[in-house]
Design a protein around this ligand. Structure first.
Ligand SMILES: [Zn+2]
Length: 323
């Protein structure tokens, strides 16, 4: 009997829904504006209605369970949503148990950046030994880390908040409630503010104003954040992603040079490797299925193992390599 994962990725702009089979093929996919959830008075009821229609589509007996990828801060046990800066009112909700009770199915949830890193590790066959870190330059500055193929969530569940490391001398308030986080200097949100001042669409800011000192300063702070991560954990590979990287004329080579300039020599400067997120629309729902499959220990637990060595060589080849 075929079995499926019903997956939902909640982002600041879009909510993506997918039904994924055991081989990680997406058999149904759609997306809708997150605004509907933001405006819903009863967030849980809104999500239950969406998920129930997906469950009914394939039949409850064919569903392994529900997997959620959320742009939210959550507890260590991944049962409670504490806050979701990009979704109005989606805070302090015991989401996992509420959905499980309403739908009568197992539910898992995880931070979206962790799910995206899992997806890219699977798709690009990134190394499962050592640390692979993801830095996502989108509206905010997202971060995720896998250690020996396992998502690192930290003691309290709040690990990898790279965007919220404090910068000495900076006192601007951050959305997290602190003052002076690096995200105030390195984020798509800041680029959007600059674009308004410069009277251009944010997607064209590098194309039209790439030499503006304020725009270059944002790129520099992205580089500082990445270099900080590399300095602390010396990862096997850094995966870079997020909508900012996809903007036309984003100065990738300049940013990578600034990263290298800010890490120690000879190591890790000479060994650091970069990979790039695919930007696949279905990454969140497939990643959520990968995560659920792993959490529930469903047969076929080969997905997140190291690629076998052949003749002393790893099968892994980064899509783009900058050393
Ligand atoms: Zn902050």
């Amino acid at each position: 009997m075929p079995k499926y994962y019903v997956c939902l990725e909640l982002g600041g702009t879009h909510l993506r829904l997918g039904i994924v089979d055991e081989q990680m093929n997406v058999i149904q996919f759609n997306r809708q504006p997150t605004r509907g959830l933001s405006e819903a008075a009863d967030k849980v009821a809104y999500l239950v209605a969406l998920l129930r229609s997906m469950v009914d589509h394939v039949g409850r007996a064919h569903v392994n369970g529900i997997s959620l990828a959320l742009a939210s801060l959550m507890d260590r046990e991944r049962s409670m949503v504490y806050s979701s800066p990009m979704v109005s009112g989606f805070d302090n909700i015991p989401l996992r148990n509420s959905l499980a009770t309403a739908l009568g199915l197992p539910v898992v949830m995880e931070k979206d950046v962790n799910i995206l890193l899992l997806y890219e590790m699977h798709k690009q066959k990134l190394p499962m030994e050592g640390i692979v870190a993801g830095v996502f330059m989108g509206t905010g500055l997202g971060n995720a880390m896998c250690i020996d193929g396992r998502i690192y969530t930290g003691f309290s569940g709040a690990a990898c908040e790279l965007g919220h490391i404090p910068i000495a001398g900076l006192s601007e308030p951050c959305g997290c409630g602190k003052l002076g986080c690096i995200e105030r200097k390195a984020s798509g949100h800041l680029l959007a503010e600059l674009a308004m001042q410069l009277h251009c669409h944010v997607s064209e800011i590098f194309l039209r104003h790439g030499q503006d000192v304020r725009v270059m300063d944002v790129v520099h702070h992205f580089a500082i954040a990445i270099a900080t991560e590399i300095t602390i954990v010396d990862p096997v590979c850094i995966l870079l992603g997020g909508g900012v990287l996809a903007m036309p004329s984003f100065p990738m080579e300049s940013m990578l040079q600034q990263v290298r300039d800010n890490v120690r020599t000879p190591y890790p400067r000479s060994t650091i490797r970069f990979a790039y997120a695919s930007g696949d629309c279905e990454a969140g729902v497939i990643g959520a299925a990968l995560h659920a499959k792993r959490v529930w220990g469903i047969e076929g637990e080969t997905i997140l193992q190291s690629p076998p060595a052949q003749g002393g060589k790893t099968l892994w080849e980064p899509p783009m390599l900058h050393v």
